[in-house]
Write a protein that binds this ligand. Structure first.
Ligand code: ADP
Length: 200
């Protein structure tokens, strides 16, 4: 990389000469550096340094990956569901956040595990109390769309200090925005992506 940076454009023969190597010994290294985008090879001219260090390449990749590709199946309940049943759903579906729909089936709000815990340790009759009373509701929900990037989603999770984001398709009806739930992105989703990208 240093040789190319200093002497670009430079041919593989010239690089090999400087390193006291044969061209064929150098070929695999040049192939890798070209494939991952650090060097650019122009036919009959030679190699150029692209200025892209590995750090930039990682950010480029997570910005290229769309939420649509990484989203998972959300756990969704209705506003009228009791807090008790919401807690049961939380356990049965093994999630930390439940998304809540209103009458038309669109996103109305969500509850986190601590929202439910807080209600359960209070004096409320959780068998009778609808989850709609304790949920965080629209328009205060931080959402993400399928077209946004994995980086955008991770950024929102960090900036707003939440565990999960509903993935929504926004539909405008009668001058009103409605949010159809099509998935979720959680801290687990981002951790899985991190592991996937880190695989050697
Ligand atoms: P927990 O409450 O279990 O620590 P979170 O950190 O995700 O889980 O939630 C913290 C608070 O933020 C809760 O009151 C929850 O209702 C709310 N919340 C969670 N996710 C979102 C979101 N995507 N948009 C807006 N508020 C959220």
């Amino acid at each position: 990389m240093d040789i190319v940076k200093k002497h670009e454009p430079i041919t593989s023969e010239q690089i090999a000469d400087k390193l006291n190597l044969t061209r064929s010994a150098l070929r695999p290294d040049l192939a890798v550096l070209t494939m991952i985008g650090i060097l650019e090879a122009r036919p009959r001219v030679g190699y150029f340094f692209t200025g892209k260090v590995p750090k930039n390449l990682i950010s480029e990749r997570i910005s290229d990956i769309k939420v649509d590709k990484i989203k998972s199946v959300p756990s969704v309940i209705k506003e009228e569901t009791s807090v008790y049943d919401a807690i049961v759903t939380l356990f049965l579906t093994d999630v930390g956040t439940l998304f809540i729909t209103g009458k038309e089936g669109n996103l109305a709000g969500l509850v986190s595990r601590k929202d439910l815990l807080k209600t359960a340790i209070g004096n409320a009759d959780i068998h009778k109390m609808p989850v709609g009373i304790v949920m965080t509701r629209m328009p205060n929900i931080i959402t993400v769309t399928p077209e946004e990037s994995a980086y955008d989603a991770a950024r929102k999770i960090v900036d707003h200090q939440v565990d999960a984001l509903p993935v929504v398709k926004v539909i405008v009806e009668d001058n009103h925005e409605k949010h159809k739930i099509v998935g979720k992105v959680t801290k687990t989703t981002i951790t899985k992506l991190f592991v996937e990208l880190g695989k050697t």
